[in-house]
Design a protein around this ligand. Sequence first.
Ligand SMILES: [Zn+2]
Length: 260
Amino acid sequence: MSRKTRRQIILIIILIAAAAAAAMFLMHKIAEDRHIEGAESTAGEAESTSEEASEEAAQKQAEEEAREQERLNKIAEEKAQWYLILVNNQNAMPDDFDIETVEVEDGYYIDERVCDALQEMLADCRDAGYSPRLISTFRTRETQQYLYDHTANKSDTAVPGHSEHECGLAADIVDAGSLGWADPLIDEQEDMPAQKWLMEHCQDYGFILRYPKDKEDITEIIYEPWHYRYVGKEHAAVIQGNGICLEEYLENMQDYYQAQ
Ligand SMILES: [Zn+2]
């Protein structure tokens, strides 16, 4: 082998080695790039997943807020219904409050929308063996004025224009056995059999015992275990069931009322 040939062979070997080294470097570089790309796309996916999740959460929250708003609207609508009207010392009966009265029995009149419920309650109480007796239902402004003027204790009788009796939504009912008392409108009325039945069942007919014991500070009316007020079955059940008065219920209705 000539010297020239040997040199040529060595040169070829060097070239092949260089080509191999270059190829290896290239392959390594490609692999590295791919790895980085892969990592990037994983991060991208993670980013879009968390974006979706927060979008979903925001949508859920918006839906919940819309639902709550709808519920509050329904409560406001319900509060404006005639059967939930609040009439007390602070809230006068509105001048435009519309009443059509009909006779319940014995010359006692009440709002025609309440009459059936009251008659049914009295009939069922009688069927159960008791003797309820109406002693006051709808009162004109003049009657309320007369009662107010002649009452010794002003917290016994609502100020004229502020009585549920004038709204035609209330009934004072006593046990017939107490009619001989000097005054049947006393705390002991609660112990009379008809009264016990009424206090237990009134909500089934849409009535509440409007001036409960221990709520005088709120209602500003003495305990009256005879004064029943119509509010509708749904509300009566919640009010009686929670042992609250109408003022408390209307003030915090969103905590109690499950709008349908
Ligand atoms: Zn009354």
